[in-house]
Design a protein around this ligand. Structure first.
Ligand code: ASP
Length: 409
């Protein structure tokens, strides 16, 4: 019986094979072959991403709002958890943006011309007020049709809130959303399972058309993301565990190590849940609190994903020859925070939501092809960070609740 090669292994093989084929095409002086015969498969893959992004954002955001309903039942634990998640995610975006701008400012991110004389469609920069006004839809179908992601988010927030407000009468709508969300998640899993094809074709094409230099640029953008991941883990998570839960950074990372490693290798926060639960409980988190915080965190708290989306957006904007101003940076913080909330805790999901951030910024989604080949390498670090954040939160909330209980005694 032949043993099936695991998906991570398939992706690794596809990455190496793609780079090799790209080099061969370059050395043989036929990069056009990759443009004509391999890039189209990458385009199919990116089209599938574009196709899925609107339903994923719409349904996962509505589900997210509806899960707030349960939060009312858990009272202060719920609000404290969400406050911790939101604050840390916003900080993550700022760290990611600052670092990416430092790299970009130092000229480490390239500007690419991908075909003779042809540049990527440049984004039309909008200022913050225009973006704000443009967030509110005047026609729901048009928002879906044009994949206007900020409007889709606003629609999701309004519909989710209204389903909640309708109470008992909104029950059917709630079930319909839940059921469709499951279906779309299955479809997303299927698209993600095609990753090796995407990785191989896009990597071969990018290397053949850009030459070896592109590998250096990809290594730099990876380095940028990993520095941001580490800064966030050390300064935000271990510091919050120290300040709020009185745990030393060494004890924190030692306690969380098993979950971090599992997340790093599995690239799925959801799959890491049992390990992160065990780590949190061993580190002194209240069992009921971690039972609430960790699954919610694996669904909506994705700081690693937020950092990745910020760094990747700045990198791809630079590739497109686009300079972003302060207004656009604020828009990136808002969209990346929301995108990370909407990202499912499964392998590769953050990249699908990157399509949303790029669309919101008016950057050509096809540019994902440049970075797609190495997405798994980003994903390992971002999932590791996502899970670490959930554990830190469960420890802090446990301490806050203990203090509250001691006061009311
Ligand atoms: N793989 C990540 C996670 O499960 C999500 C992502 O792709 O960013 O946490």
């Amino acid at each position: 019986m032949t043993k099936k090669i695991s998906l991570p292994m398939q992706i690794l093989i596809a990455l190496v094979a793609g780079i090799a084929v790209g080099f061969i095409a370059l050395a043989a002086g036929v990069p056009d072959l990759t443009t004509n015969y391999l890039k189209p498969f990458g385009t199919i893959f990116v089209n599938l991403l574009k196709f899925i992004v609107v339903p994923v954002v719409l349904l996962s955001m509505i589900e997210g709002i509806l899960s707030m309903d349960d939060m009312k039942k858990v009272g202060s634990v719920g609000w404290k958890t969400v406050a911790y998640f939101l604050c840390t995610t916003a900080i993550a975006c700022v760290i990611g943006l600052v670092l990416a701008n430092v790299f970009n400012g130092a000229g480490l991110f390239p500007t690419l011309v991908l075909e003779e004389g042809q540049e990527w469609t440049k984004a039309t920069s909008a200022n913050f007020m225009d973006t704000l006004v443009g967030m509110f839809p005047s026609n729901m179908w048009e928002s879906f049709h044009t994949a206007n992601m900020l409007q889709v988010i606003v629609i999701a927030l309004m519909l989710g809130g209204s389903i909640m407000a309708a109470g008992e009468k909104g029950k059917v709508a709630r079930e319909v959303v839940g059921s469709f969300n499951e279906v779309i998640n299955k479809l997303m899993e299927f698209i993600i399972s095609l990753s090796p094809i995407g990785v191989f074709t896009m990597m071969a094409w990018v290397v053949a058309t850009q030459g070896p230099a592109i590998l250096g640029s990809l290594a730099l953008v990876l380095l940028c993301a990993y520095i941001a991941y580490i800064i966030h883990a050390v300064f935000v998570y271990s510091l919050s565990a120290k300040v709020f839960a009185g745990m030393s950074p060494i004890a924190f990372f030692k306690g969380a190590f098993a979950a971090m490693m599992f997340a790093f290798t599995s690239t799925s926060s959801a799959a890491t849940l049992p390990v992160s639960k065990e780590c949190s409980d061993n580190m002194g988190a209240d069992k009921d609190i971690s039972a609430f915080v960790l699954p919610l965190g694996a669904t909506i708290n994705m700081d690693g994903t937020a950092i990745y989306q910020c760094v990747a957006t700045i990198f791809l904007a630079s590739c497109a020859g686009l300079q972003l101003g302060l207004g656009e940076m604020i828009t990136i913080v808002v969209t990346a925070t929301l995108a990370s909330i909407g990202t499912a805790g499964v392998s590769g999901a953050g990249m699908i939501m990157l399509a949303m951030v790029l669309t919101a910024m008016g950057i050509d989604v096809n540019m994902i092809m440049i970075i797609y080949g190495v997405d798994r390498l980003f994903d390992m670090g971002r999932t590791c960070l996502n899970v670490t954040g959930d554990i830190a939160c469960s420890l802090c909330v446990t301490k806050w609740e203990e203090k509250k209980a001691a006061k009311t005694k």
